[in-house]
Structures are given as C-alpha cells and as structure tokens.
Design a protein around this ligand. Sequence first.
Ligand SMILES: [Zn+2]
Length: 301
Amino acid sequence: MQQIGRFAPSPSGRMHLGNVFSAMLAWLSIRSCGGTLVLRIEDLDPDRCRPAYADTLKRDLEWLGLTWDTEQAPQSRRSEAYREMFSRLEERGLIYPCYCSRTELHAASAPHASDGTVLYAGTCRNLTPEERAARTKAPCWRVRVPDEDVSFTDGVQGEYTQNLAHGCGDFILRRADGVYAYQLAVVTDDAEAGVTQVVRGSDLLSSTPRQIWLQRQLGFPEPDYYHVPLLIAPDGRRLSKRERDLDMGALRERYTPEALLGLLAHACGLLSHSEAVRADELAKEFSWRMVRKENIVIANP
Ligand SMILES: [Zn+2]
C-alpha cells in the first residue's frame, strides 16, 4: 500500500527545535518507504494563528530539505467539511449542547483526565428540551463517549489503552464561537488526504484514542501512529516555543541544515555521533526500531 504521511504545523509562531525533530522523523519515515507527504497548515484557532507564520514555516522546512509533495487546504478554509462530519454524528444522537461555565467545569472536586485537563462531569448530557430552551448562553457542543476502552499499538511507544469515559469524558467538538475542535478537524483532514501514518510528539498520545474513536464512528480508516519522544531541558522541563534561542530564527543563524539534522538524528539514536548529514542520507538507513522512545535531554543546543 502506498504510504501517505503529513506535516501538520500550526502557524502560531516560528518552528522550534521540537517541531523540527517531529518533522524530520515524519519526513524520514515516509521517504524511507517511498511514500508521499502532504503539508497541511493547522490554523483552526483564529485567535492564535497568523498567515505570515504559515509562509515562514514553509520556508523553514525547505531550508531543512524536508520537502512535501502536495498541500491540503488550510483548516481555516475547511469548516464546511467539518460541519458535515459534525452533522453525521449529530444525526446519530451523539452530540449535545453544553452550557457549563468555566467555573462550573473547574469545580474543586472535578476529577482530572490523563492529560491533566478536567474530566467533564456530564452535567448537560441529559438536559430536557425545556431545560435547553431556558438557557440563554451560547453552548459549546460535546460528543457522548462510551464507557469503553480504545486500544492501539503505537509504532514508537507500544501498546496504549484509554477508557474514554474515565480518561477524557465527553469532549468538545465545536466551541461556542462556532470553531470546530481540533479532534474533529484532524480526523476529517487525515481521512480526506488518505493519510496512512501520523508522526507527532508523545504529548499528543493521550488524545489519540479520542481520534481513533471518531474515525470508527465516521467510518474512516485508522492510520498508523508514531508518537516520538519530547525534547526536554536538563531540569526535565519541556522545551517550548517560549525559548527564543531554540526557534528557527535563532537556529538558522547558528547551524547549517545538515548540522541541525545531525544533532537531532544523534539525539534520538539514528546516528552514533553528531555530524552534519543531509535528510536524504539519513533516509537510506532509517528504521523506526532505531528511534528511542524516552524523552531526550537537550543540554546545550
Ligand atoms: Zn455542560
């Protein structure tokens, strides 16, 4: 089967070292098996994304030699497709409006999901039509999840299981302002592009069961997942976009593309020592078995 992978950057700032690392592995995984890569700009959230960043992201990927074959329409222009998937779920009675305020959601006793977010208590799950009609606030829309385990085998992290009811609860598919949730957008986009493998940071591992469950509800095929280790500072903090010396603006002043790829390839186990290397040279030897699964300490990039 022809493999299709994707770059799915969010234009909320300049790429940083962690994004480069995920993009490099997505590229190597696809190029090493002769597949194709789709670029998709994930600009779903109008408050956080800027068109100018999308152009910079593309220039930065090109500078690294991480090429793509086709480009999918950006998420900001695909709300019609998301609306259709939302309607399909709605017709099956899986969606309901939620009127809870932030304070209600974060009540002191609220249990927390595996990723640290507050587990939704199901307050609005069974409101009567009269109770709904009495509300004046614009609701967000949640999907009813079953008390059921979703399991998959991750290509890096191994077996992963989450009970949706206890691990995340009924989650939001459309915000009160009409913006569709990332979970719905990403499964819709991946299915449309025929994506067969998803490579991304292990911080997203706990959201994958939600996406797999949505794929099953919508009759979409399930791609293979590879959740790659995170880059962390020596004190255990995750390297983030706030560290300006690790964004591509600063990195491009200090490294050649080959030196930067070599540093990352060495850090994750693809090279025995850090040396300048082109992406296509790495692809010749690439195997997921070589990639370590533990988070990677970056001491002095
Ligand atoms: Zn509610």
